[in-house]
Design a protein around this ligand. Structure first.
Ligand SMILES: Nc1ncnc2c1ncn2[C@@H]1O[C@H](COP(=O)(O)OP(=O)(O)OP(=O)(O)O)[C@@H](O)[C@H]1O
Ligand SMILES: [Mg+2]
Length: 274
């Protein structure tokens, strides 16, 4: 399974050592009452870099992603983001309105369940156009043109533009969610299990598409997945979580080929020996 997705060519981040990080998490923790969601997570993400967060169910991946994307307030710790004006800000020092604007323009968030990321009862074109209108675009023809362009880029036929997502297949819905997120030209996209729940063949095509878009647009991405093959295919670096903490982090290929921690070894072995 793991080998099926091994990228044929090296997937090299465009970041250089001089670039300051795009996002920096320092000591991020989130507790649900007494229960640990995630604890003391620190890392840096550079422009153009794709980071995978892997780990078993309940290890804290979604909680961490929630904190990083401003959807959950950390119990402790800081998440700093380099804004378009290059100023680095703690996202939790921003006003609610500023954070919402950031989330609508500079960030994308692709949900596991497309129902949480799309408006199921408005048309595909409307779903893409809505994000543009939310940032002030008012020219209907231009919005529709842009929506059409994006549907094409995610391989949805132009004649489906007026169909609603509820009339789409699972794979199409995920592609529409991606179009809706990318239309505003975000610099960072958060994804929580964007391919799980899809057929293996549909999954592979979607990943291929995502990988192409991420590299064409020089996007940074943080992708949560429990699937090491997905991490292998799309990410430069990986963080392995267990019980809310990061037990190993490093280059994806290095961790998958030569895991250091006992837990990562177990995780990799369980995929290689079904
Ligand atoms: N809303 C919540 N209220 C209370 N506890 C929660 C809540 N959400 C998550 N948790 C707990 O926090 C821990 C981490 O959960 P989280 O959803 O972040 O894990 P995950 O790695 O995303 O799991 P999965 O792969 O199943 O999605 C778990 O123990 C979970 O029970
Ligand atoms: Mg989760």
């Amino acid at each position: 399974m793991l080998e099926d997705f091994t990228p044929s060519e090296a997937f090299v981040p465009e970041a250089t050592a001089e670039d300051p990080p795009l996002l920096r998490a320092s000591g991020v923790s989130h507790f649900y009452g007494n229960r640990v969601g995630c604890q003391d997570v620190s890392f840096e993400l550079w422009p153009g870099e794709v980071l995978a967060i892997v780990g078993e169910s309940g290890s804290g991946k979604s909680t961490l992603l929630g904190c990083l994307s401003g959807r959950l307030t950390p119990t402790a710790g800081v998440v700093e983001y380099r804004m378009r004006d290059q100023a680095t800000r703690n996202i939790f020092d921003l006003s609610e309105a500023e954070r919402r604007f950031l989330a609508r323009t500079d960030w994308g968030f692709v949900h596991q369940d497309a129902r949480n990321g799309l408006r199921m009862t408005i048309s595909a074109g409307g779903n893409v156009g809505e994000r543009l209108m939310a940032i002030g675009n008012r020219n209907y023809a231009a919005i529709r043109g842009e929506a059409l362009d994006w549907l094409g880029r995610v391989e949805i036929d132009a004649d489906r533009i007026d169909d609603r997502p509820e009339q789409f297949s699972g794979g199409m819905r995920q592609r529409l969610q991606i179009a809706r997120n990318l239309v505003t030209g975000p610099r960072l996209v958060f994804m929580d299990e964007p391919t799980s729940g899809l057929d293996v063949s549909v999954q592979a095509r979607l990943l291929d598409l995502l990988r192409g878009l991420v590299s064409d647009l020089s996007l940074s991405a943080i992708i949560v997945t429990h699937d090491l093959a997905v991490a292998r295919m799309i990410s430069h670096r990986m963080m392995v979580m267990r019980n809310g903490t990061v037990v190993e982090s490093g280059l994806t290929d290095q961790i998958l080929d030569d895991p250091q921690s006992a837990y990562a070894q177990l995780l990799v072995a369980s995929v290689l020996q079904p």
